[in-house]
Ligand binder design. Structure first.
Ligand code: HEC
Length: 167
């Protein structure tokens, strides 16, 4: 068990390093994307983010206790938290599609797919894969924040941002 945990931690550290390196070497910034959203939508998005963060935190005690049922339930919630599936009007949906860059929507979709994978491997009781997909989810958080939320998380700002490389 300790060996498995050790391996998971090493895998996690590795994924994080790779995610950070990838994020830091990417030279594109769409920071104005979510900043340009109407207040209602932006607050909805931030609520989704806070729920995701709570989910990530709640996964730790469930994982160390081997509670796969709980992990699957949390992952399912995260998978379904997709902002485009919330009760928003067609007009708001249109606004999201219009204002958020394709790359953002792609990362968001990928994130929710990974949450779905976490749910799946927890249902199958694949403890090691649970650790793997937890790392993948973290990678998604950091990856997207580096590209699209460095206005909020300034430590993720890349030097290239200063040159106004906007699209
Ligand atoms: C597809 C992109 C994307 C992904 C994936 C993503 N985020 Fe975010 N997140 C953002 C953006 C953009 C903001 C800033 C929104 C704004 O401009 O107000 C943000 C803001 C936040 C905030 C601040 C919320 C607030 O109220 O100020 C938290 C906390 C957060 N994210 C946590 C997470 C966690 C944890 C994950 C992964 C489990 C995650 N995010 C995944 C794009 C993303």
């Amino acid at each position: 068990m300790i060996k498995i945990l050790q391996r998971c931690i090493i895998a996690l550290a590795l994924t994080l390093t790779i995610a950070l390196t990838a994020a830091l070497t990417t030279n594109i910034s769409y920071a104005e994307g979510t900043q340009s959203l109407s207040p209602d939508l932006r607050s909805l998005l931030n609520k989704e983010m806070q729920a995701l963060q709570s989910g990530m935190q709640a996964l730790i005690p469930a994982y160390v206790a081997g509670d796969m049922v709980k992990i699957a339930a949390i992952a399912k919630n995260m998978k379904e938290s997709y902002i485009l599936k919330q009760s928003i009007t067609n007009k708001q949906k249109h606004e999201l599609m219009e204002k958020l860059p394709k790359a953002f929507l792609h990362l968001d979709k990928q994130f929710h797919q990974r949450a779905g994978m976490l749910e799946h491997v927890a249902q199958e009781r694949h403890s090691e894969l649970v650790g793997f997909y937890y790392g993948k989810l973290l990678e998604s958080c950091v990856g997207c924040h580096s590209q699209h939320a460095s206005h909020r998380f300034t430590a993720l700002k890349k030097p290239a941002d200063d040159h106004g490389h906007h699209h």
